[in-house]
Design a protein around this ligand. Structure first.
Ligand SMILES: Nc1ncnc2c1ncn2[C@@H]1O[C@H](COP(=O)(O)OP(=O)(O)OP(=O)(O)O)[C@@H](O)[C@H]1O
Length: 638
């Protein structure tokens, strides 16, 4: 399957070819024809599998195929709108739009909060065909009359489940009210809960459902493990692991902004250069931290879930869950920052006794049991007692929504409003929105002091958000049964001091912005069965010869929720069986015996790429097999 065979125009094929994409990924192979046919779609595919191109390429093509004439002196209409939950993702998506649309005439622009609105107003006065935005700032523009959304032909909700959850639903509804009724709607995400699917159903018109892997599946190329440790020893253990293994690019997730600040400071004191990124940081600090991390000049980025969605860091080797997320879906997104585009990655979760319930939620969601390890010198106390978990905003909000999995004793439930509301009022007023609209709702702990939540009686409806969805299938929300917690105070904006040097005595050459990793050449093609494992602690990505194989296996999910129309071009897609890695990675002993690894059957693989393979059961997918062609990096953020 080629991009041309999908019906894409030469200028688009040329752009992706220059980026090193030789063939579409399964999500692209299925989504592109459906979008070109004008269908609404709801698409789910694992993290890092190219969903952005899956919607951007056909949008560019549709706009080119249906040009509009604008009279002299009139402003060209905005024709497509992409909404994302975070500013960083908005910037990244818009950059992709520019990259993919390089040889087209279309103009794109990105608007988000935390930066001056004036340059955005100026840009919006000019030609913008595709607008990428976060909802808060978009609504500010709408209110000021500086954006006209009445001409939108195509709407995309990227990270759709997050966009439709309680924190965003109010803003999304307001945006929807500004759009023409007749439009094409595209929803993309790596995770979907049943509730979100039902809600989405009200937004979509006879959607084609496309799921290229079991829902909420993690990527098989990510080695996942859990290290059991006492709560108080997590920080020392993290520093130990980083130093011991010479990890040089580590994304660490904490639950709270305060925790992220504290951890970044502590690591820096231990000569491990670290910065924190979260919603209380200024936009310039956020941008700087992410850009230094992406370019490889910053060793550790400590983040809240603000960085969990969509952010594409080329070949990021390590994701650490310093604390498990309160919402299991967030785990899938967090670890999905590694193992992207066929690369391998490692995700390590430091888990203490308080988090065992969260761990089992994650294992249930991902249908995968995680290997538990203990690091000598950091053995957990067998007599330790669980304590209530300090939560970020998202955790508290999710309890309000009841989307969680009935998580237990330490957790509160709010009365109906979930995170979108305080005391029955919409969560965000315009002033707050202007300041930091989207970040106030993205995986962050309190930006405003909150009242303690009232416990909700079991079975009591949760109100807003789900009620408007009029789900066809009434599955009922799952609930926790915990006690209410006191709202926590705010944390400051302190920037973590940065240590000098890299801590491991092995300075890494900073990459210039936009420069490709390593030698600037496209990554070498990996042959069938050839090694991806390196056996080393990710120092040399090209080393080792572990077996990579993995047998293609079927997939093709009907994935029905609310009576979707069967998709043309085959529902569901190819995927494969877990790769047998020949001991290549985690144990550090890749032996290079590729013959030991099962090979992907060529015809099945072709079927997978065509998107007409059969359904996969519960296995994870060797996404790596979709990307085994050379590809060039792209994007200024790299
Ligand atoms: N057909 C392709 N061939 C090779 N690489 C690709 C292809 N399509 C996309 N990529 C690359 O794969 C990486 C991941 O793509 P993208 O960010 O769109 O993933 P995603 O599915 O949206 O991930 P997430 O769920 O985390 O948002 C990017 O670096 C992109 O350049």
């Amino acid at each position: 399957m080629t991009f041309s065979a999908l019906g894409l125009a030469d200028e688009l094929v040329r752009a992706v070819t220059e980026l090193g994409y030789t063939e579409p990924t399964p999500i692209q192979a299925q989504a592109i024809p459906a979008i070109l046919a004008g269908d609404d779609i709801m698409a789910g595919a694992q993290t890092g599998t190219g969903k952005t191109a899956g919607f951007t390429l056909p949008i560019l093509q549709l706009l080119s195929a249906n040009p509009i004439t604008v009279k002299r002196g009139e402003k060209a209409p905005i024709r497509a709108l992409v909404l994302t939950p975070t500013r960083e993702l908005a910037a990244q998506v818009e950059e992709s739009v520019r990259d993919y649309g390089k040889y087209t005439e279309h103009k794109s622009h990105c608007i988000f909060g935390g930066v001056s609105i004036n340059p955005q107003i100026k840009a919006l006065k000019g030609r913008v065909d595709i607008l990428v935005a976060t909802p808060g700032r978009l609504l500010d523009h709408a209110q000021q009359g500086t954006v006209d959304l009445s001409t939108i032909e195509i709407l995309v909700l990227d990270e759709a489940d997050r966009m439709l959850d309680m924190g965003f639903i109010h803003d999304i509804k307001k945006v929807l009210a500004l759009l023409p009724k007749k439009r094409q709607n595209l929803l993309f995400s790596a995770t979907y809960s049943d509730e979100i699917k039902q809600l989405a159903d009200t937004l979509l018109n006879q959607p084609v459902l496309i799921e290229v892997a079991r829902r909420n599946a993690t990527v098989e190329a990510i080695t996942q493990k859990v290290v059991l440790v006492d709560r108080e020893k997590k920080r020392q253990l993290l520093a130990h692991l980083i130093k011991q293994n010479n990890w040089f690019q580590v994304l660490v997730f904490t639950r709270t902004k305060h925790g992220a600040n504290r951890l970044a400071e502590q690591l820096s004191k231990e000569e491990i250069p670290a910065l924190a990124i979260h919603g209380n940081k200024s936009q310039s600090a956020r941008t700087r931290a992410l850009s230094e991390f992406k370019s490889g000049t910053l060793q550790v980025l400590v983040a809240t879930d603000i960085a969990a969605r969509g952010i594409d860091i080329e070949e990021l080797p390590h994701v650490i869950n310093f604390e498990l997320p309160m919402v299991a879906e967030d785990y899938v997104h967090r670890i999905g920052r590694t193992g992207r585009a066929g690369a391998e990655g490692e995700a390590v979760s430091l888990v203490c006794i308080d988090e065992m319930r969260l761990l089992s939620d994650i294992e249930k969601l991902t249908k995968r049991s995680l290997t538990r390890e203990i690091v000598p010198g950091f053995e957990p106390d067998p007599n330790a007692k669980a304590e209530p978990i300090e939560q970020g905003r998202r955790g508290r909000q999710q309890q309000g929504q009841g989307r969680g999995q009935g998580r237990g004793e330490q957790q509160a439930r709010s009365g109906g409003g979930g995170r979108g509301q305080r005391g029955g009022q919409p969560r965000r007023d315009r002033a707050e929105a202007s300041a930091d609209g989207e970040t106030a709702v993205v995986g962050e702990e309190g930006q405003q002091p909150r009242r303690p939540r009232q416990p909700r009686a079991e079975g009591q409806p949760r109100g807003e958000g789900r009620s408007n969805g009029q789900p066809r299938q009434n599955r009922g929300a799952k609930t926790g049964d915990g006690q209410p917690r006191q709202a926590r105070g705010e944390d400051g904006q302190a920037r973590a001091p940065r240590g000098e040097g890299r801590g491991d005595g092995q300075p890494r050459q900073p990459r210039a912005e936009g420069q490709a990793r390593g030698d600037g050449q496209p990554r070498a093609p990996r042959g069938e069965g050839q090694a991806r494992g390196d056996g080393q602690a990710r120092q040399g990505r090209n080393g080792g010869q572990g077996g990579q194989g993995g047998q293609g296996r079927a997939q093709g999910q009907g994935a029905a929720n609310g009576q979707p129309r069967q998709g043309r071009g085959g529902q569901g897609a190819g995927t494969g069986q877990p790769r047998s890695n020949g001991g290549a990675r985690s144990g550090g002993n890749g032996n290079g015996n590729s013959s030991a690894a099962p090979k992907v059957d060529a015809s099945l693989r072709e079927a997978i790429r065509r998107g007409d393979a059969q359904p996969l059961s519960n296995e994870n997918t060797p996404v790596s097999t979709w990307f085994d062609q050379p590809r060039r990096t792209h994007g200024r953020h790299r």
